[in-house]
Design a protein around this ligand. Structure first.
Ligand code: PLP
Ligand code: LYS
Length: 454
């Protein structure tokens, strides 16, 4: 069973990924849960539920720790990029760019959000295993670095890039490294849809050398997500340094080495990810050693954290509604959201931690299953979870929802997306307004012939 000890105080305030709750969370004198100086039940009443809450201090701390750790442990230049697939919004882009981060985007929508959120084009890399011509046109005309994933990218780029304005490129390849994470979120093993096969590396590098429109400045690989081991990234540094040497020998002006993202976070008590500083130290040393062994100048080191930057800044507040007791089997408590705002449990069997926002320290536990409101039996957010006794109308906080929740949300059952607010120093500000049922009709078109005549 998935045990809970109610609210868990923070253990490592420099590395938000090692705490379940945002690092600014505390219990006030009325014994209620406060994040960013705001009492969560007050936010729920003011903004409605479900509500995504993002703690500015956690997000900024994670950014600062990545940057200070790179400065401390990597003797060359570096640029961390936020993998915006984890949570793309104008406000987050503004925060991460103000902290000195660049950004990884995988669609025109993410590119547009980044540029409008203030991320400098030169600090954006554009990924994707099936980029469209329109997306490539947009990236190229905005001087964004394009990560070549396959030959299709090259064919489409030939239509737009010119010898007098070469496209700035990185090359993504599959490093053939296995890591222990859910098979859906592994990308570095050989059977992956992403990147060039390592056997193709030499021929693709030689081919690119013949194109004056192609300015290859870096190499990229990403091995997967929610990884707790460090050895795969140490191995990756060696594989990438070999590729860097090869690219240089072929004559490419490669200066950037991008090791992707992947650092895991703490969703539940048993999770014990490395700290951001430890992870950065390990990848930095691995790249330095690998380059030294091959007599290579140090590249600019890039990494692409998504989850470890934003997940633990976020939580979702729900209101508890219906209770159903199946005698001798299970007690279901239903909340006012579910798989449309958090598809991770139904997709990856992901575990979460939760607490009652106004009774975070109560210990009169009951075993309950927190179900969503969707028409789907598997729409369960927390199964057989120990929660203090509660009643309909109580607010529940589910932690660690700052990554891959809003960005993977849907309107299944025509349920509007929740609002997002950012909190800090007692201030709460709306960063994404709640969708309304009427918003969901905006894209529908009813052909005239379907309109009833009388
Ligand atoms: C290319 C690439 N970079 C970065 C990331 C971010 O990974 P994470 O959120 O695990 O840091 C991903 C997602 O797995 C990815 O596919
Ligand atoms: N969406 C996944 C991670 C995939 C990362 C992107 N390559 C998750 O929620 O865990």
């Amino acid at each position: 069973m998935h045990e809970s000890k109610a609210y868990e105080p923070n253990v490592d305030i420099d590395s938000p990924n090692r705490n379940i709750a945002p690092i600014s969370s505390e219990i006030n004198e009325s014994k209620k849960l406060v994040v960013g100086g705001c009492q969560l039940s007050e936010l729920a009443k003011k903004y409605g539920t479900p509500l995504y809450v993002l703690d500015e201090l956690s997000l900024r701390t994670a950014c600062k720790t990545y940057i200070s750790s790179l400065n401390k442990h990597y003797p060359g230049k570096s640029l961390p990029l936020f993998a915006s697939k984890a949570n793309s919004s104008l406000a987050i882009c503004a925060v991460i760019s103000s902290e000195g981060f660049g950004l990884d985007a995988v669609s025109e929508g993410e590119l547009l959000t980044a540029i409008n959120g203030g991320v400098k084009e030169k600090d954006i890399v554009f990924h994707g295993n099936n980029k469209s011509q329109d997306e490539l046109n947009f990236a190229y005309s905005n001087n964004v670095t394009i990560v070549l994933d396959n030959y299709h990218d090259i064919e489409l780029l030939k239509n737009i890039a010119s010898d007098n304005k070469p496209a700035k490129l990185m090359l993504r390849f599959t490093p053939g490294i296995e890591c222990h994470t859910h098979e859906y979120i592994r990308t570095g093993h050989l059977d992956s849809k992403f990147g060039f096969d390592p056997d193709e590396l030499k021929s693709i590098l030689e081919e690119l050398k013949t194109y004056k429109w192609a300015n290859l400045t870096g190499l990229h690989a990403h091995i997967g997500s929610q990884i707790f081991e460090v050895q795969p990234h140490i191995d990756l540094a060696g594989v990438m340094a070999d590729a860097l040497k090869l690219a240089k020998e072929i004559g490419h002006p490669v200066v950037d080495l991008n090791l992707g993202g992947g650092l895991g976070i703490k969703y539940v008590q048993e999770d014990n990810p490395p700290s951001i500083e430890k992870w950065v130290e390990i990848i930095s040393k691995a790249v330095v050693n690998a380059c030294r062994e091959r007599n290579l100048d140090l590249p600019r080191l890039m990494c692409e954290p998504g989850r470890s930057l934003v997940a633990n800044s976020g939580l979702t507040i729900y209101k508890i509604g219906a209770k159903k007791v199946v005698p001798g089997v299970r007690t279901y408590l239903s909340v006012d959201g579910g798989m449309s705002d958090n598809p991770r449990p139904i997709t990856y069997q992901s575990l979460y931690s939760a607490c009652l926002v106004d009774k975070p320290m109560n210990t009169n536990f009951e075993k309950v299953t927190i179900a969503g409101k969707h028409c789907e039996s598997g729409d369960v957010l927390l199964k057989d979870f120990l929660l203090p006794s509660c009643e309909s109308g109580d607010f529940l906080a589910v932690f660690g929802t700052g990554a891959y929740n809003y960005s993977m949300s849907s309107n299944y059952n025509r349920i509007p997306r929740p609002a997002t607010i950012i909190v800090g120093k007692g201030l709460a500000e709306l960063t994404q307004r709640r969708e309304l049922p009427e918003d969901l009709l905006q894209l529908d078109v009813l052909p005239d012939r379907f309109i009833p005549k009388n």
